[in-house]
Write a protein of this length. Structure first.
Length: 558
């Protein structure tokens, strides 16, 4: 079987060494591509392998390995290389010197007795149609792209194995996110899709998954041990069960645990017809299909996951831009009050928000923290922001606003609640406040700090909850400080909270930026685990120039 791409009649191959096992990868064409992409000739699924990692080319009499700008490098005999002429027995590793080892082999093709499976089959009893289907399967699988890749690989896998094994029907099961095997595709020998979930033998599947071989054949007519009742009841004579295993390092555990941990799917073939005698070559083909299909499906799944992650990231960026747009306004200095605010989500989007509205000598401030994080919390936060904006602008009583918000969340029964602070500062210094399960507001006056202690339940917890407003008076120059629990629960590297005591000290020592700086220094680089929002309103004194009636927007948050 001379290949015109190898004019020197030499056979080149890679020996994949993985523990005690050895696998031969024949280089049948140049360039020979290596990577995590489904289009690679040699697909490796480790996370440190780039999608297009390296290529092997034939230049005259020399075989050259070239790194294609991979993220983690290519190594020959322990040395990281960009380009290297390969010599027999060279040790090659991709992405890590601790990764799987490949040994380069170059043999005289005419003198070699280590023929490929397809070469062996040309001189043995197998039908050419079987060989052609297998060729088509392997070539088609190499050309798969990430879009719909899994489905196309599964269809090719079933078509090839049904013809090769001469059975009536086959199924592929893939593990879901919880590790439970679910039917992914079923077909009969005529190519018809089998949509119904089959009554497969769980015993046979478990034995195949926990076994050390690539597949398990059950011949009920020749069985010497007990045959599962489910098989006898259906008059099934032959079952071939092939676990699809990842080519990844197993975890630490028993041999059975390691074998099962690597399995992400199962190919299950069965027939009511008495089985024909399988040859050793048939078995070798089955092993090849099991290995190739597992690598192809695993890589196609990884490509699909990467695509989903990319789409999810793009959606998050859009959601973050929308949320920032809702919260990004410029806050002017009012004649009787000055407001500063900042909100920092711990993720792209968050459940904290603030709003500031003014008119007719009244300043309204809202700070809300929705339970949970991420997109679900951000959606509810946007809804509540609109509700509160309309009611605060209409100067509704704070008790009415809290009751309406609580009623809305309870009736919708969405499983979320929110803590909330509402302030209404009048031009004469009178301050109304509504605290719904939130951290107590602080009033800073010179070197003294006091907490506003009137409190209520969070909104969205109990239907019909009643809410009451607290009232106090601010003097000229006094500040009222509002924070979300992401501020007080910020942690240092040892896991200690910033706490309310440090909040009091920081509020006394400076303004908003100084408080944020104090918290940042305390955290010492520890990542935030919750959204953090802080609002500060300083009373400047009563209006004397008739400058009431200004509309106040929100300050740009970051």
């Amino acid at each position: 079987m001379d290949n015109p791409e190898f004019p020197n009649l030499r056979k080149f191959s890679l020996q994949l060494l993985d523990g005690a096992s050895r696998r031969t990868i024949t280089i049948e064409r140049f360039p020979f591509l290596v990577g995590r992409s489904a289009q690679s000739d040699l697909m490796l699924s480790q996370s440190y392998i780039s999608r297009s990692h390296a290529k092997i080319t034939l230049e005259g009499e020399e075989v050259v390995l070239e790194d294609t700008k991979s993220s983690h490098g290519t190594f020959v005999n322990g040395e990281r290389i960009r380009r290297r002429t390969l010599r027999p027995r060279d040790s090659i590793r991709f992405g890590s010197v601790e990764g799987p080892e490949l040994r380069f082999e170059a043999d005289d093709r005419k003198g070699s007795t280590n023929l490929t499976i397809l070469e062996q089959m040309q001189g043995i009893h197998a039908q050419p149609s079987d060989l052609e289907k297998l060729r088509w399967f392997l070539q088609a699988a190499r050309d798969l792209n990430s879009a719909g890749g899994v489905e196309r690989v599964l269809a090719s896998l079933l078509e090839s194995t049904l013809a090769l094994a001469k059975v009536e029907r086959g199924y592929v099961f893939l593990a879901n996110t919880e590790g439970v095997l679910e039917l992914a595709l079923g077909r009969d020998a005529a190519g018809h899709v089998l949509a119904e979930t089959p009554a497969v033998s769980q015993t046979v599947m478990r034995q195949a998954i926990e076994g050390a071989d690539q597949f398990l054949v059950t011949d009920t007519l020749a069985a010497v041990s007990a045959v599962p009742e489910s098989i006898l009841a259906q008059n099934i004579h032959k079952i071939i069960c092939i676990p699809l295993r990842r080519l990844r390092e197993p975890g630490r555990g028993s041999r059975a645990e390691d074998q099962a941990r690597c399995v992400f799917g199962v190919l299950y073939l069965e027939s009511h017809l008495p089985p024909e005698q399988d040859s050793d070559v048939d078995h070798e083909l089955m092993r090849t299909i099991a290995r190739e299909a597992a690598a192809l499906v695993d890589n196609a799944q990884l490509a699909a996951i990467e695509d989903q992650a990319r789409q999810h990231k793009e959606e998050l960026q859009i959601a973050a831009a929308i949320q920032q747009g809702l919260m990004a306004m410029h806050i002017p200095v009012l004649p009787f009050a000055n407001v500063q605010a900042k909100s920092v989500p711990c993720r792209d989007v968050g459940g904290d928000f603030f709003d500031v509205i003014s008119g007719d000598g009244i300043l309204n401030v809202a700070l809300v923290d929705v339970s949970g994080k991420g997109i679900s919390a951000a959606i509810l936060a946007a809804t509540l922001q609109g509700m509160l904006y309309v009611q605060l602008q209409a100067q509704q009583p704070l008790e009415t606003i809290a009751s309406a918000t609580n009623r809305y969340l309870c009736q919708k029964d969405i499983g979320k609640y929110a803590t909330m602070l509402l302030l209404r500062l009048h031009e004469d210094g009178q301050l109304e406040y509504m605290n719904c399960g939130h951290i107590q507001p602080r009033v800073c006056s010179g070197g003294i700090i006091s907490r506003l202690d009137t409190a209520n339940l969070p909104v969205g917890l109990i239907v019909g909850a009643e809410y009451s407003t607290g009232i106090t008076k601010l003097g000229i120059g006094e500040r009222v400080v509002l924070v979300s629990d992401g501020f007080t629960e910020a942690e240092d590297p040892q896991g200690e909270f910033f706490g309310e005591g440090r909040l009091d000290s920081a509020a006394l020592c400076g303004g908003l930026e100084e408080m944020l700086q104090s918290m940042t220094e305390f955290c010492a680089g520890q990542p935030a685990s919750d959204d953090c929002t802080i609002v500060q309103a300083t009373y400047s004194g009563p209006i004397h120039d008739g400058a009431a009636g200004l509309r106040l927007g929100r300050r740009e948050s970051s």
